[in-house]
Design a protein around this ligand. Structure first.
Ligand code: CA
Ligand code: ZN
Length: 297
């Protein structure tokens, strides 16, 4: 199996990037990645104020996938996520929902061992492995890897986990997938501004769905389907994610809008992916039974 090393990264998702790695439609491979700080924080003495944050979330890749062309969908199935032996959580002035309450920056190193993050002597947390940054090249321009959007990117969505399929719209030849920002643990919202940030490696299987594309990322887990929307405000993000799910219900179940809207209200949940990346990423979850266990595509 190919291993794509962490020495080749991009700081922006952009069609101007040259592919660093190549994979076939249907191939399974490993991607190694540093933590979101590019390994700049190694001890509790390393503060967020002392590092270069312009390189945060640098994505390993781009990985060009054969057969992926604009108007297709790239399906990325997460087969495995493995971590280094420690993670880090920083606090810093202005960071996270309560950033105003932070007076001085502070760094916490958290050991990862035996399936747990050892938060303190008294508190150990079962790992909830996830990938914070998974994106493809947008059609034009460039989007920093720390920013989420319709191309994916820094979605910080905890359902990007082992067993999930993440569907990304393809905008350029080869899709140009990039990966980074593994979290050993993170709750919805990423409320203090970070998960338990760690280096590691992920095993991914990529496949191309030809000539079908949604406007934004979609996630399928064993029991749920999620539409994701990233917008400047909560309200806009809610509207977009809800409208996307209603459209899926209409299409898959051949419903008129009022019935799809009612079905949404009767069965679907709104959720928050992240509120700390300058924009808001929200998700709408439909239980799989609603669309009879079919794929969205
Ligand atoms: Ca992130
Ligand atoms: Zn992160």
């Amino acid at each position: 199996m190919k291993i794509f090393g962490k020495d080749k990264v991009v700081y922006y998702f952009s069609p101007d990037n040259k592919p660093a790695y190549f994979a076939e439609d249907g191939e399974t491979f490993w991607v190694e990645t540093d933590d979101c700080y590019g390994g700049q924080i190694k001890t509790a003495n390393d503060l967020r104020t002392q590092i270069d944050i312009s390189i945060m979330d640098a994505a390993v890749g781009p990985i060009s996938i054969s057969n992926a062309t604009p108007a297709d969908t790239l399906c990325v199935e997460v087969m495995d996520i493995q971590f280094a032996s420690q993670g880090v959580m920083v606090t810093s002035v202005g960071l996270g929902v309560l950033g105003k309450m932070i007076k001085t920056p502070n760094t916490k190193i958290i050991k990862i061992k035996d399936g747990y993050a050892h938060f303190s002597d008294r508190i150990k947390l079962p790992l909830t492995p996830m990938i914070g940054v998974m994106g493809v090249s947008p059609k034009e321009g460039r989007i920093h890897c720390a920013t989420p959007g319709n191309h994916g990117g820094n979605m910080d969505t905890k359902e990007i986990k082992i067993g999930s399929k993440i569907y990304l719209p393809v905008f350029v030849e080869g899709a140009d997938l990039g990966i980074s920002d593994l979290h050993a643990c993170m709750g919805d919202g990423e409320l203090s501004g970070t998960g338990i940030e760690t280096a590691g490696r992920v095993c991914l299987k990529v496949s191309v769905i030809k000539n079908k594309r949604k406007a934004r990322p979609i996630i399928e887990t064993a029991d749920s389907i999620y539409t994701l929307a990233t917008e400047a405000t909560y309200q806009e993000a809610i509207e977009v994610a809800v409208a996307d799910m209603v459209a899926i219900l209409q299409e898959k179940l051949q419903l008129e809008f009022p019935d799809a809207y009612r079905l949404l209200s009767a069965t679907c949940d709104i959720g928050i992916s992240q509120v700390v990346n300058g924009v808001y990423t929200l998700k709408v979850r439909a239980p799989r039974y609603v669309i009879k266990n079919e794929s969205v595509f």
